[in-house]
Design a protein around this ligand. Structure first.
Ligand SMILES: Cc1ncc(C[n+]2csc(CCOP(=O)(O)OP(=O)(O)O)c2C)c(N)n1
Ligand SMILES: [Mg+2]
Length: 341
């Protein structure tokens, strides 16, 4: 925590507490993301699915942005993107089925956990190649700017991603062309098994580099959904009104390892314990209850999320495998591989 301390900047986002309805919606999305990832992780432990990347502990970022977005805005995520697609209100069933490689999955089982896409929901994909989607998000923003559609692209990525060339290229061009894009660094303080501080010249890998692109330094607590929502709203408004891109660094922590099979034991026990105390879901729940939301309302949201995750798991497990005849369909833009022959 000390290495990536969250610097409070009250002038940014101040006075923008979400409406009560939006705060409950943020709770609902966080709860759905948590239950979905937990249920899916159990399927992995039972050998029902291959490995993937959970975002348990990091839900506040996806959820708070999810409620700040307009329906036709674009989301770009990494392989750690289950939460981001759920935050666009894509139903759990086809997502879970995709993770299990089933025919009923979003991409017919061909994409898996690292390629979750639902264009009609604005979810423009999760990407396995580090940094690859930052220029693509800038391209989507350029398209929105050209068409005058008022759409905004929001692009999520990890702390480690700030050390790859595509980060610089995308940020620079987005700033030069004032593109309607919001870059959100989910600084969970590790890139796979390496602490980001061991391989980065500045303590805050995104915020400390914002000046290089003429952007404001925005460093926020990624486990505080009210704070994330305030900054999301400001950055999205700025982008939509022609004010250009933002770069937000949201400091957070993943409760599990990098991927399903990683126990995460390279992290100090005290550090894990400290961050478990800052779990965004109980934090947000406590605030809602203090503000008068009945416990029963939140209990029902939790129960519904759990039921939906269980239903999605049953659906995915009982769904058929893809037909081998489908192997080479929908792989290329022409719908097949015929152009190669
Ligand atoms: C171009 C490229 N290089 C290396 C990898 C292997 N790799 C997968 S995840 C990862 C760490 C990324 O860390 P970070 O950006 O902090 O994201 P996090 O997993 O913490 O969400 C690496 C190096 C990759 N997928 N793509
Ligand atoms: Mg990371």
């Amino acid at each position: 925590m000390a290495e990536a301390a969250v610097e409070q900047r009250p002038e940014q986002g101040a006075g923008r507490v979400p409406t009560p309805e939006k705060r409950i919606e943020i709770f609902r999305l966080m709860s759905r993301i948590r239950h979905f990832d937990q249920r899916w992780h159990r399927l992995f432990q039972q050998g029902m699915t291959g490995p993937g990347h959970a975002s348990i502990g990091m839900e506040a970022i996806a959820a708070a942005f999810g409620v700040a977005l307009r329906e036709d805005d674009y989301t770009f995520a990494t392989y750690r993107g289950h939460g981001h697609i759920l935050a666009r209100d894509v139903p759990m069933r086809p997502i879970m089925a995709e993770l299990l490689g089933k025919a009923t999955g979003l991409a017919g089982g061909k994409g898996g956990s690292m390629h979750l896409t639902s264009v009609e929901h604005g979810m423009m994909g999760s990407y396995a190649v580090i940094g690859a989607h930052l220029p693509v998000a800038a391209g989507a923003a350029l398209s929105a700017q050209y068409r005058g559609s008022g759409q905004v692209a929001v692009c999520f990525f990890g702390d480690g991603t700030t050390n790859i060339g595509a980060f610089h290229e995308a940020l620079n061009l987005a700033a030069v062309w004032k593109l309607p894009v919001v870059f959100v660094c989910e600084n969970n303080q590790y890139m796979e098994y390496t602490p980001i501080r061991d391989v980065t010249a500045v303590p805050n890998p995104a915020a400390d580099r914002a000046a290089a692109y003429g952007l404001q330094r925005i460093l926020i607590d990624g486990n505080d959904p009210d704070e994330v929502h305030a900054h999301a709203g400001r950055a999205i408004d700025l982008a939509r009104s022609g004010g250009g891109p933002s770069l937000i660094e949201a400091v957070t922590y993943r409760h599990l390892g990098h991927a399903s099979a990683d126990p995460g034991t390279y992290r100090p026990e005290e550090e894990i314990a400290e961050w478990l105390k800052r779990d965004p879901i109980p934090l947000h729940r406590g605030r809602l209850v203090a503000d008068g939301v009945p416990e029963a309302v939140l209990d029902e949201i939790e129960a519904e999320s759990e039921r939906d995750a269980e239903d999605a798991a049953q659906f995915a497990v009982s769904s058929p495998d893809p037909d081998p005849a489908e192997l080479m369909t929908a792989v290329w833009a022409d719908g097949g591989a015929s152009w190669r022959n």
